[in-house]
Ligand binder design. Structure first.
Ligand code: ADP
Length: 172
């Protein structure tokens, strides 16, 4: 029997409850979900690729403790389609929040299809309570000292608190 595997790529800078909601839904549809942490060569991220990999592994491990074999976290710095080939995944999973996400996601799906016609992209929508939620807002609120505990796992709240303390020291 061939396993139905979805590859969920992103920056996860940091992982939020919106990402977790999408992964939860995907586990109902696929045998296996691979969360792919992109190194994002051209992106200025708050957390390094190594930090993001460790944080996402910890959060996913705690959240999906009962389904450990079905959801794994990997880092990738190659083309998405190459990493998907390596992990035998044929479906790209992405989350869609609002019309504003549509254009970029549509282009990304089309580019991936042009590079590898066997790949399909599937979009899921998170619960309404996460429609406004983005890693960018979480970063900005946390760095300005706001409370992000409603939006992220406690592991991430702690990691963000450490970053904002370091940021304050650096700018003094
Ligand atoms: P990228 O930097 O590649 O856009 P992100 O880590 O920001 O990656 O997001 C990864 C995927 O998760 C994207 O498809 C994004 O649209 C989706 N996503 C992020 N936040 C949410 C949310 N609150 N609800 C639904 N999907 C989301």
């Amino acid at each position: 029997m061939t396993e139905n595997t979805a590859f969920y790529p992103g920056s996860f800078d940091p992982i939020t409850n919106g990402h977790i909601d999408i992964a939860t839904r995907a586990l109902k549809l696929f045998d296996r979900v691979i969360v792919g942490i992109a190194s994002s060569l051209n992106k200025n991220t708050l957390f390094s690729p190594e930090e993001r990999l460790l944080l996402v592994r910890e959060v996913i491990g705690k959240t999906f403790a009962q389904q450990k074999q079905r959801i794994i976290v990997v880092g990738f710095n190659s083309l998405l389609i190459e990493s998907m080939r390596e992990h035998k995944a044929k479906v790209v999973l992405r989350g869609m929040r609002a019309v504003s996400d549509f254009e970029f996601e549509f282009q990304l799906a089309s580019m991936n299809r042009a590079l590898e016609p066997q790949i399909e992209t599937i979009f899921l929508t998170a619960s309404e309570k996460y429609h406004f939620l983005s890693s960018r807002f979480v970063r900005e609120i946390a760095l300005m000292g706001g409370d992000v505990s409603a939006f992220v796992h406690p592991t991430i709240s702690k990691a963000l608190a450490k970053k904002s303390i370091r940021n304050k020291v650096d700018t003094q």
